[in-house]
Design a protein around this ligand. Sequence first.
Ligand code: DDH
Length: 291
Amino acid sequence: MAKAVPKGDYDGIRAEVRKVMKQPDYDDGSAGPVLVRLAWHASGTFSLVEHNGGSNGAGLRHGKEAADPANAGLYHAIEFLMPIQQANPWITHADLWTLAGVEAIKAMGGPDVPWQPGRMDYNDESHAEEHRGNISDRLPDGALGASHLRDVFGRMGYSDQEIVALSGAHTLGRCHADRSGFDGPWVVNPTRFSNQYFKLLSTRKWVPRKWDGPLQFENIMAGERLMMLPTDMALMEDPVFKEWVLKYAKDQNLFFKDFANAFGKLIELGVDRDDSGFAHLVRQAAKEGKP
Ligand code: DDH
């Protein structure tokens, strides 16, 4: 049972997030990585051009977005957070998910990511449909390459450097064959936020795994089968991406600083606050032809 904290006490909510992160029977004993992925997938549907998608609304609880195969397994994260929201109905799901992501990053040893409240929730699928527009197929496909990364992240307004910084989140967690089809963690200690992903990506020899599943790359380290997706490998194949991989592999402080900026921007995508601090229904602005 989560604790009820006073309205507006976001530090109190952060403390509750730290408690639910401890999940001895789940994955590597922590809900942290899947909480980070929830914050990312809730936000990463944003389009600068259509001015829809993004973390406002927490639409991933409903209909089409919940059923998107890219979001398979994220119900675990939603369920881990549910008791906190039930004990504290004053916080929106959209605020809770993004706050849980940034608190998980910090609790796992990562940087402080800027966060502010004010997101609203879509109450149900028809409310979501009305406001979010068509945001299908917007999340990245791990089987593809560098131009796909630039398409997906360019749509959100990200530079090459920011794409590489954000990809460093794969130092956390793992792939699950029953969710994405891919399998395994990227690093040996997947609940510790560090620049290990860039170190391993740039220094180990990655070979295609011989198995029945989709193409992924592997390296055996300390008896563990580590993995890279084709999109991870693309960061070493593209000369501009590679330069940033090497920089982040050498300089963890630079990675932390750039990651905090890029993740902070991610969870703000599509959140246009009004004077009272609450998010507009951004779809409305798009309908009226405003940029
Ligand atoms: Fe990721 N990611 N991600 N990812 N991601 C997966 C897991 C996790 C891609 C594909 C996958 C980001 C970018 C990309 C996290 C964070 C972030 C899985 C495995 C796939 C597949 C899912 C499963 O089977 O459970 C691709 C492709 C990209 C890309 O093209 C760039 C970004 C930007 C982030 C971020 O947070 C900023 C995290 C954390 C996980 C581990 C989840 C878990 O349950 O553990």
